[in-house]
Design a protein around this ligand. Structure first.
Ligand SMILES: [Zn+2]
Length: 413
């Protein structure tokens, strides 16, 4: 109730002091407590939003409004493609299933309606270069907050409707960059976590500030180099990432390699030696998940390594098992709230309920065979897939990390 009153007051009176109204509002750019990544709106009812554009903002009102509409549509398409429009919030545990109590909305709201102007019952205000006391009080708590924020009040566990603000600073004149940040902030409204997909990169502000970043990078939720999740049979580490990223490698290192190939000089010498690859050549890696078994959280990874100079090809497969680490959070949208135990509704607990139906497979441990010997390997998925393979030697050995080009953006630091 208090929350509702405050929200109504806020939308009616924008000029009250920050000290009176800052408390309870929070930016999803941070995300320290369990509820900070909750999906803002559950249920079938359309979410009403409005768009306000500052007079000196680089985008006109019409363009800003269509950008908001398109960005919401992109996310809705992303969720529909994964069946999140029909899936209910649930939690898989070893003991049983926790679910939303009957009567509570258990699906993410995927229907949005634009109001022609901001009304008291408008649920999301998109502010382009328009500020207010709440925005100002939360700015600059981190880099992203200085460029954009998705902010709402304390989570309402009764209505599961959480009005808020998506605010963008006048940080760029480039529509592609503005759209990318807008897409990122809307991702927070849908409960998408940082580093779950490329657009939700926790370093989004850093990437947006880089003047040479190719436009192809912006405006996409996910890409081939960093898909939302691994799926069976699809190439996960490949040479098809696109030549636009080649120039992001430090000059000279990749210039002699065909598009998508990586310089052998960047491989540990121990690995080059074991694989029989040419030190002056380039290598190409493909890897596929096959036969995932979610009940035992096992899958096979098929790895192919090819040298561009001598044509040496190494094919190997490895069996991998999910190795659970305490407090690993699932990247999918979720709601942390009071749930009931499916087989005994009198049992209640505060748990995180998520939309994904498949348990997480990562991180995982396993091994690949090279030259008849098993080499320990691990796969992590913080920013897209990364395989690390251990090559023992007299000095103890070396881990060889294989990643997609996306992660190599950080090599430029
Ligand atoms: Zn963010």
């Amino acid at each position: 109730m208090k929350s509702a009153i405050w929200a109504a007051l806020f939308f009616a009176a924008m000029s009250v002091t920050a000290s009176a109204f800052a408390s309870g509002w929070s930016s999803n750019g941070g995300g320290f407590d369990d509820e900070s990544n909750n999906i803002w709106f559950l249920g079938e009812k359309p979410v009403h939003y409005c768009v306000q554009v500052g007079s000196d903002y680089p985008l006109g009102s019409a363009l800003a409004a269509s950008m908001v509409q398109e960005s919401i549509a992109d996310w809705v398409a992303f969720f529909r493609a994964r069946g999140f429009d029909t899936k209910s919030l649930f939690r898989e545990t070893l003991k049983g299933i926790w679910q939303m109590p009957a009567g509570k909305p258990n699906k993410a709201a995927l229907s949005f309606t634009a109001d022609t102007s901001c009304q008291s019952d408008t649920e999301i205000k998109f502010l382009f270069g328009v500020t207010n006391d709440v925005v100002e009080s939360l700015r600059s708590s981190n880099d992203e907050n200085d460029l954009g924020m998705a902010i709402r009040k304390d989570y309402d566990h009764v209505t599961f409707r959480n009005p808020g603000i998506v605010w963008l600073a006048k940080f760029s004149t480039d529509p592609a960059k503005i759209r990318h940040l807008l897409l990122h902030e809307i991702g927070h409204v849908f409960g998408m976590r940082h580093d779950s997909v490329p657009v939700m990169d926790s370093r989004v502000a850093y990437h947006l500030a880089r003047p040479f970043m190719p436009g192809a990078f912006f405006g996409k939720i996910e890409n081939a180099g960093w898909p939302y999740a691994m799926s069976e049979g699809r190439l996960e580490i490949s040479d098809t990432f696109g030549s636009t990223f080649d120039r992001l490698f430090p000059s000279g290192i990749i210039s002699n390699c065909p598009a998508g190939y990586f310089p052998n000089a960047a491989m540990p010498p121990r690995v080059l030696n074991q694989l029989g690859f040419s030190p002056s050549g380039c290598h190409h890696v493909t890897a596929k998940v096959t036969n995932p078994d979610f009940t035992v959280r096992q899958f096979t990874f098929a790895l192919e390594l090819e040298d561009s100079v001598n044509g040496n090809k190494v094919l190997t497969t490895g069996l991998f098992t999910h190795n659970r680490i305490a407090n690993i959070s699932h990247p999918g949208p979720s709601v942390y709230t009071l749930a009931t135990f499916a087989s005994d509704p009198s049992k209640k607990a505060r748990v995180s309920l998520r939309l994904d139906q498949d348990p997480n497979l990562f991180p995982a441990r396993g091994s690949f065979a090279f030259g008849g010997k098993l080499h320990a390997a691990r796969i992590s998925y913080e920013k897209g897939p990364m395989i690390e393979i251990f090559f023992p030697d007299m000095a103890g050995g070396v881990w060889w990390p294989i990643r997609n080009a996306y992660d190599n953006l950080d090599l430029l630091d």
